[in-house]
Design a protein around this ligand. Sequence first.
Ligand SMILES: C[S@@+](CC[C@H](N)C(=O)[O-])C[C@H]1O[C@@H](n2cnc3c(N)ncnc32)[C@H](O)[C@@H]1O
Length: 268
Amino acid sequence: MPDVSLELDTPELAQRYEQISQNRQFKAGQALIATLGPTAGVQVLDIGAGTGLLAEYVAGLVGADGHVTGIDPLPLRIELAKRKARANLTFVVGDALDLGIFAEAQFDIVYLNAVFHWISDKPEALRQIFRVLKRGGRLGISTGSKDHPNLIQAIKAKVLARAPFSAHPEGRSGGPGHVSADELENLFTGAGFTVEQVDVIPNLHFHPSAAAAIEFSQASSFGNFLGHLPEDLRSQARQEIEAELDVLKTPEGIRFERARLVAVAVKP
Ligand SMILES: C[S@@+](CC[C@H](N)C(=O)[O-])C[C@H]1O[C@@H](n2cnc3c(N)ncnc32)[C@H](O)[C@@H]1O
């Protein structure tokens, strides 16, 4: 289970995420939304909406008669998201594990884009999502696949196994709590959902430099990447990770090959 801190985000990381996610999480999110196919007039909940880019896009699809609500536990990200709010798009600080603020059967669609791996109690989150979905309502999840680990997590684990970092265990097993396709299917059925699809989508990305790859990880993890280390050790760890990554640099950049799960489940 990930032991994630919500206290490490900064205005700079939130702003940076808004920029770097446009070419990454936002694009993956658009593919998830295409799979869910929201039509005009539907009620949508975006869990872990971050700075609200994807929710804003979905609000454009559901039209004036529909509505998108975005929740995220990070106040700094919701602050940026709220700048995008309009009549059919609202944002509120909130958590996947605390959906009691919503009525039973309120939503036609609930989705989590690049969020599920951060949630500590996944069965509980799915139970709560099941409650707020209408019958026939659909849950969409796009998240990194546990069976296709990220290069940077592997290098980070290697560096953190060394002294002096090894004296400060991370408190979670190698970063975010990714699941495999089979585990996700079991989680869905365990919460009462019917599984519509769990697809494994390969993904290839080149980071231009080691520094860019680390910056991406820091903004996407809202400061959790190396956040468990005492502050005076963070820049040393960062330098050692950069050095390991730089060795892998090709003329195209540093190659990150992985896969994400794109999954849809229905409340029967
Ligand atoms: C990589 S960002 C994804 C943001 C957005 N969904 C997107 O597509 O750009 C991960 C988000 O998950 C949120 N998150 C982490 N734990 C959460 C939880 N328990 N409930 C809801 N959101 C959570 C974080 O606050 C962060 O904004």
